[in-house]
Design a protein around this ligand. Structure first.
Ligand code: SF4
Length: 277
């Protein structure tokens, strides 16, 4: 037997090719999580956590073990990443892109993360005066400036790919957690307008919502983050925000710490059942 085939057999045993793929992805994801912990990425607040159950965010910041992710779930997450890359590539070719990602940092709120795209403000009117100058940085290269200029020359875009059922529910406003996420971006960057961009996972239909800077909402989001940080410092868990059957708990990485444990198979059954309904 060739050396290469022997190595494959040692690694995957008698699994069929789909199980081989799932095992490969599960192991890769677990390795990635370990690496994040080793690199000290625990203890930071991620802007994508805005609007999530506070208890889940505290679990994550304190390094509680999340459920291992099954290969099929990794594929679902990968589709979300591919959607982002596809949109960024299209914006680039359309000629409206400034940068696909933006560094987001705030020591007091322990934020370290990145936003989605920033684009030229195609809505700006000729007679609209320039606003305050801002400087934005590349998340992949410290101190590399990706934009320096008036805050009203650019827009920030947050891409979301969502299930048909949730897409149909969107009417005049985006989901409130996404409005809050943009408010946090405004606070961290000085940008004053942005778009929440939803794509229906099943049909590729698009809905977009323009969001404006709102001082009151920014204070609310900062207070919520501060409350989470206070819990983290006291090693205390906030109250559970849902019960075992609530959607937020069904898809939560820490549901097995809050509720009766659920196997990955049961979770995936519920995921697809929910999508079909
Ligand atoms: S399982 Fe529910 S209550 Fe517990 S952390 Fe997750 S979302 Fe919050």
């Amino acid at each position: 037997m060739s050396k290469k085939i022997k190595e494959i057999k040692e690694r995957y045993g008698d699994l069929d090719i789909v199980d081989m793929l799932h095992q490969f992805l599960t192991e890769g994801n677990a390795e990635h999580q370990k690496q994040r912990i080793a690199e000290g990425k625990i203890g930071k607040f991620y802007p994508s956590s805005v609007g999530k159950c506070k208890r889940a965010v505290v679990y994550q910041m304190l390094g509680y073990p999340a459920k291992p992710i099954k290969g099929q779930s990794v594929l679902i997450l990968d589709n979300g990443t591919s959607f982002h890359n596809r949109m960024e590539d299209i914006f680039e070719r359309m000629g409206i892109m400034i940068a696909p990602e933006l560094s987001l940092k705030d020591e007091e709120l322990r934020i370290s993360g990145r936003s989605d795209a920033i684009i030229w403000n195609y809505l700006k009117q000729e007679d609209e005066p320039d606003e305050e100058e801002i400087v934005l940085y590349d998340p992949n290269e410290e101190d590399k400036v990706i934009y320096k200029g008036p805050s009203n020359h650019i827009l920030i875009v947050e891409f979301k790919s969502i299930k048909n059922k949730n897409f149909e529910k969107l009417k005049t406003k985006p989901q409130s957690k996404h409005i809050m996420q943009l408010q946090l971006y405004f606070y961290l960057t000085g940008i004053r307008r942005g778009i929440v961009w939803y794509e229906n996972k099943n049909t590729q239909e698009i809905k977009t919502y323009m969001i404006e800077y709102d001082e009151g909402l920014i204070q609310q989001v900062k207070d919520d983050i501060q409350d989470i940080l206070n819990h983290v410092d006291r090693h205390a868990l906030p109250e559970k925000e849902g019960n075992a059957l609530d959607v937020m708990c069904r898809y939560c990485d820490f549901r097995n710490l809050c509720h009766v444990p659920l196997s990955d198979e049961e979770w995936l059954d519920m995921y697809f059942e929910d999508e079909a309904s």
